[in-house]
Design a protein around this ligand. Structure first.
Ligand SMILES: NC(=O)c1ccc[n+]([C@@H]2O[C@H](COP(=O)([O-])OP(=O)(O)OC[C@H]3O[C@@H](n4cnc5c(N)ncnc54)[C@H](OP(=O)(O)O)[C@@H]3O)[C@@H](O)[C@H]2O)c1
Length: 325
């Protein structure tokens, strides 16, 4: 079977477009013909060897895929089923979605929920799934809505979905974006206010005047530490990303005097029951109008190498969808 894919041979190299071998499914595995994938920040890190994402080499990239089962050695999935795989080590520990076909253990696969297509599933992809996971976890800790929720890195993939999903729920969203050209887009997604870092004028006090019920943070680093003193009693900060850095230094006051929680979000390792619940909820809550509001660029699989650097130049708005079949 001919399987064209983007594969990285060893750390330090860029992925190369080449034909790669693919095994027949073993017991408990499924062969998927990929319809769509997507580009996430993590994909760009792995593809360009800017980050140590891949656990072994050679590795086919792509942490997301949606497609159709073409061979199955699993009781759960049969030929013709439409399926989604995100995270679970896809495109990190085992060959990913930047290929015509991908072999996946059935335990990592979610059946495409009713109400969305494989294309819409990959507009959502890891980005939308992660935003929904963050909201799910914040709500499990009783996330209040009397003050706005701040979304950082708002114009990116996760940020776009966090803005859309929160504002479709009962939350007022303040979107933090470094892109002046993203204002209109973020307002169309439902943000009631769009701010940049200068507007926030964050100080250095251990606690400051409360501004937000919570925060979905895609930036990390100093920003994460600087926003904690502004979060309300028993509010939550969902730590998702590191676009601005991975280290931070803070103090215990927001935790012990205001009961603020930092919630860790690891979409890659979300348990299967939680995955199914979140995918079903996404399929139920998002309609055609929502998909139309999201910025989506569709790129053929063989051209994705031209778009990876944009993630490090802060030039991506919304989602980059990868068309495979
Ligand atoms: N924990 C998880 O499970 C999980 C899952 C998915 C993604 N992530 C992480 O979450 C982050 C967002 O992922 P994504 O795929 O949505 O990426 P993305 O589309 O590139 O979005 C990241 C956004 O962060 C902002 N940003 C970029 N560089 C920055 C910098 N140097 N300083 C401050 N802000 C910066 C930009 O937004 P503005 O220009 O609008 O400010 C950018 O659009 C990444 O760090 C990614 O690795 C984690």
């Amino acid at each position: 079977m001919k399987n064209q894919a983007w594969q990285v041979e060893s750390f330090g190299e860029n992925a190369k477009w080449q034909e790669v071998a693919i095994d027949k499914p073993k017991q408990g595995q499924v062969l998927i013909q990929n319809h769509y994938s997507s580009i996430n920040y993590k994909d760009a890190l792995g593809f360009t060897s800017r980050g140590k994402i891949f656990r072994s080499f050679p590795m086919v990239g792509g942490i997301d895929l949606a497609g159709e089962v073409v061979e199955s050695k699993s009781e759960e999935f049969k030929i013709g089923d439409q399926v989604i795989v995100t995270g679970t080590g896809l495109g990190e520990n085992y060959p990913g979605g930047y290929a015509a076909y991908t072999l996946v253990d059935a335990e990592n696969i979610v059946a495409l929920p009713k109400g969305i297509s494989t294309r819409q599933a990959m507009i959502i992809g890891t980005a939308g799934f992660t935003a929904a996971l963050a909201i799910h976890r914040m709500q499990s800790l009783g996330q209040a809505n009397d003050l706005p929720i701040l979304v950082s890195g708002a114009s990116g993939g996760v940020g776009s979905f966090a803005t859309l999903l929160l504002s479709k729920g009962a939350y007022t969203v303040h979107a933090l974006s470094g892109k002046s050209q993203a204002h209109e887009y973020l307002e169309a997604l439902g943000a009631s206010k769009v701010v940049n870092l200068e507007d926030l004028n964050l100080g250095d006090k251990p606690l400051d005047k409360i501004r937000y019920s919570g925060c979905i943070d895609n930036v990390g680093g100093d920003f994460l530490a600087k926003i904690l003193p502004y979060i309300d009693l028993y509010g939550n900060l969902a730590s998702i990303g590191l676009a601005g850095g991975h280290k931070f230094q803070t103090n215990v006051m927001p935790f012990i005097l205001r009961g603020v929680s930092i919630i860790g979000i690891s979409s890659n390792n979300a348990p299967m029951n939680m995955r199914k619940e979140i995918w079903h909820s996404l399929a139920n809550h998002l309609d055609e109008k929502d998909f139309a509001r999201l910025k989506v660029e569709e790129i053929p699989l063989q051209d994705i190498d031209q778009h990876m650097q944009r993630y490090f130049q802060r030039k991506v708005m919304g989602r980059l969808l990868v068309k495979i079949k």
